[in-house]
Design a protein around this ligand. Structure first.
Ligand code: HEM
Length: 456
């Protein structure tokens, strides 16, 4: 008989790992109900119970890695802690694209696609983001109340379409794609967390709507890919780069089907996350006039009324700190998971092969041992003087290791360009009496965010 494969957790250095058990497990559901009803509060409480905390999702034990070094250990060892579980279910929808592929296939795809996200490329893709944003805010009126969540989703979809397909998509198609994407994103969450696939196969109105949206979204992207195939012209967008990408060793290119799967994945992974980040940033600016004043002063000094471009971003240091602090407070990717591929251990706990291991950027970011006064919005944490105090691995909005977000630089560039363009002209004030109620869905969303536009 072949002995079971095992793997060890990181060496203890100067600390002994502590472990705990999440309170309040129900007989059959375990902690599933807590995670469904009040996930953010539930998760944020767990690091106080140990570096690794056992919880139950249904009858099976699962572990939440709470200490940043243990989270890093999980994410940096994909052979031991592999993607599985919800990612396998998402495969039915996203094909075998970057975000769901594993092992050798993932390494191969990542090497092929990574150059498409090089910063020189991102400068090219984002060249029109400032202009596009200025065109959109041109129709805003002083005194008008806008739902900033919805406005940022619409704007970001336009920006994402421009980044992916340059000028190739008309406004009506962008709006249709946005509508489909919203249904698909919410549907993916339901489908990936549901224990049984049967419910999703029933011809309910909800399932039919989801299937239609999924088919239509793929059609829209497939049309774009088809129109470009065989053309040698470089349109300066992500699609051109993907169609021309070659693996550095084998020279292999992506097939049209693979390009389609990757682009749909970029839309699903990149649109709502970036749009929510933008909405949270404007929420914080509206609630913190002193921070807003500093952002305005920086933008005015760097841009002097110009539309920002990628090359301006290094000089928008404080604006970047505001974005980082917003990602700390409300990381769109608030929880993720891996599955132990072999018998292993984590922080002194035995973790049998097949066990689910969770990590939560939200729980890390709200841990007072890592971020003093964690509920305080404090962009100065990210300025050179203080950033060195942040423990390694404590900030994790884009994950880490081989599956780290490939779109992180692009997302940060898009966010900073949109913030600088809007804040250069407008001040957004919260509607009196309104409250932020973040919604932890597939991603952490801000929910409705009514704000009043004031011309600067
Ligand atoms: C603020 C915006 C964004 C946030 C917070 C975010 C967050 C993340 C996180 C946490 C992961 C790792 C998930 C895991 O390991 O379990 C990830 C992966 C990924 N993201 Fe992003 N993302 C953002 C924007 C984007 C954009 C703009 C794109 C593409 C255009 C993108 C494409 C991807 C892809 C393809 C993966 C899978 C990478 C791999 O497995 O190799 N993301 N993202």
């Amino acid at each position: 008989m072949t002995p079971a494969k095992t793997s060890k957790s990181p060496e203890k250095t100067d600390r002994s790992w502590t472990s705990g058990i999440a309170p309040g497990a129900l007989p059959l559901a375990g902690h599933a109900l807590e995670l469904w009803r009040r996930p953010l509060e539930f998760l944020a409480d767990l690091p106080s119970r140990g570096d690794v905390v056992e919880l139950r999702l249904g009858p099976k034990p699962a572990y939440l890695a709470c200490h940043p070094e243990l989270v890093r250990h999980v994410l940096l060892n994909p052979r031991t802690f592999d993607k599985g579980g919800v990612f396998d279910k998402a495969r039915q929808l996203l094909g075998n694209s970057l975000s769901v592929s594993r092992g050798e296939e993932h390494r191969y795809q990542r090497r092929l696609i990574q150059p498409a996200f090089h910063s020189t490329k991102i400068a090219e893709y984002t060249a029109a983001v400032g202009e596009d944003t200025r065109a959109v805010i041109g129709s805003w009126q002083a005194g008008q109340t806008r739902d900033i969540s919805d406005t940022m989703h619409a704007l970001l979809m336009r920006v994402a379409a421009r980044t992916l397909f340059s000028a190739g998509v008309d406004a009506a198609t962008i709006e249709e794609a946005r509508h489909c994407l919203r249904i698909v994103s919410h549907g993916i969450q339901k489908r990936t967390v549901a224990p049984l696939g049967i419910m999703q196969k029933l011809p309910t109105p909800d399932n039919k709507r989801y299937d239609r949206a999924n088919v239509r979204l793929r059609q829209i992207v497939a049309d774009m890919v088809r129109r470009r195939q065989g053309s040698a012209e470089d349109h300066g967008d992500l699609l051109s780069t993907l169609l021309r990408a070659e693996h550095p060793e084998t020279g292999r290119r992506l097939s049209p089907r693979e390009v389609l799967d990757q682009v749909v994945t970029f839309l699903v992974a990149g649109s709502e996350t970036t749009a929510s980040t933008l909405a949270f940033v404007f929420h914080f600016l509206g609630r913190h006039p002193e921070v807003e004043r500093r952002v305005h002063a920086e933008i005015d000094a760097v841009l002097d009324g110009r539309v920002p471009v990628f090359e301006d971003l290094p000089r928008l240091e404080y604006t970047r700190a505001v974005i980082t602090e917003s990602l700390r407070m409300y990381p769109p990717s608030w929880m993720s998971m891996r599955v132990a591929a072999v018998d292993t251990e984590l922080g002194g706990r035995r973790v049998p092969s097949g066990t689910m291991v969770l990590y939560s950027a939200y729980a890390l970011h709200h841990n007072p041992e890592l971020f003093p006064d964690p509920e305080r919005f404090d962009p100065e944490r990210w300025l050179p003087d203080r950033v060195k105090d942040v423990p390694r691995g404590a900030l994790l909005p884009f994950g880490a290791g081989s599956h780290k977000c490939i779109g992180d630089v692009l997302a940060l560039a898009e966010t900073a360009l949109v913030v600088a363009t809007i804040a250069g002209r407008w001040r957004l004030r919260p509607v009196p009496g309104s409250r932020l109620r973040p919604e932890p869905k597939a991603t952490l969303e801000p929910g409705p965010l009514p704000m009043v536009c004031e011309a600067r």
